[in-house]
Design a protein around this ligand. Structure first.
Ligand code: NAD
Length: 276
């Protein structure tokens, strides 16, 4: 395959670059995911709340690819946290996807004030033990949430999917994950395209390598060891975003991008986010 895997802490292989489908309407998801699979993506990141598990599943079914060649991630939505409701929500996701297992299941947000993520994760451990999920993990967990989770449960999360891009580099979280054996997956890896791709330092590095700013930012993530899931519905950009395995940023490029950190979130703060 075009995309090399990283090995998760349970031995499962996950492509280091995948295709994210947030904000892709269900009736467009089938075509978008089909375009991504044709371009060589073998990992798809969806979520119950995105409302496009059905379209995503249709594209997977319509492709001629063996199931085991595609890595499918979905996420449990906030309103379904709790042990029994998690098991029901997982069944509903699987049904919409038209699959009999998912590769990675994530708790979408910690919602610390509701205090349900430990019970939720215990249901994840059951789904994992039953072979219906190959790997379990979390999203938007701060180190304090991970510390509590690992103290109260037995399976160390394989992945924490967090907002991460050159304006929010998450150095402490990344170091903590590395120490715990948790893979860091970057959401909004391109900073949602807003402004980041016009930053002069990034444009200059792109010109130097004969690449696009998006490719430079994705390459930076890969060289740091992050899993990335860029989103686009534009076929040429879908293809552009996976053509990042045939060039390398040098130390000077990496240092210039490191200097862009502003600890600035685009999305909500996981400590207080409590929607749904
Ligand atoms: P992103 O950083 O991937 O940016 C996507 C936007 O960047 C596109 O809509 C487009 O406007 C632009 N873009 C993409 N490719 C481009 C290119 N080659 N050239 C120029 N512009 C380009 O943002 P995202 O969609 O927020 O994040 C990616 C994925 O992360 C989502 O689809 C979703 O799967 C996941 N995600 C997860 C969470 C979570 O809470 N776990 C939150 C947000 C996103």
């Amino acid at each position: 395959s075009k995309v090399p895997p990283i090995i998760l802490n349970n031995g499962v292989e996950m492509p280091q670059l995948g295709y994210g489908v947030w904000q892709v309407p269900d009736d467009e998801a089938e075509r978008a995911v089909a375009t991504a699979l044709e371009a060589g993506y073998r990992s798809i990141d969806t979520a119950a709340i995105y409302g496009n598990e059905a379209g995503t599943g249709k594209a997977i079914a319509a492709s001629a690819l063996p199931r085991e060649d595609i890595f499918v991630t979905t996420k449990l939505w906030n309103s379904d946290q709790g042990y029994d409701s998690t098991l029901r929500a997982f069944d509903a996701s699987l049904e919409k996807l038209g699959l009999d297992y998912v590769d990675l299941y994530l708790i979408h947000w910690p919602l610390p004030s509701r205090d349900k993520y430990t019970d939720t994760y215990k249901a994840f451990e059951k789904l994992h033990a039953d072979g219906r999920v190959k790997a379990i993990g979390v999203s938007n967990f701060l180190p304090e949430h991970l510390r509590r989770l690992t103290a109260q449960t037995s399976v160390v999360p394989a992945v924490n999917q967090i907002e991460l891009h050159p304006h929010l580099q998450q150095r402490e979280a990344r170091a903590f994950h590395a120490e715990q054996g948790i893979a860091t997956e970057a959401w909004s890896p391109l900073g949602q395209g807003k402004g980041l791709l016009e930053v002069p330092a990034i444009v200059a590095i792109a010109q130097k390598h004969g690449r696009t700013p998006a490719q430079v930012v994705l390459r930076w993530h890969l060289q740091l060891g992050n899993v990335v899931i860029p989103k686009s519905v534009t076929p040429s950009r879908i293809r552009e975003n996976i053509e990042v395995f045939d060039f390398t940023l040098d130390d000077e490029d990496l240092a210039a991008i490191s200097a862009l950190n502003e600890d600035r979130r685009i999305g909500p703060d996981p400590a207080t986010f409590d929607l749904g």
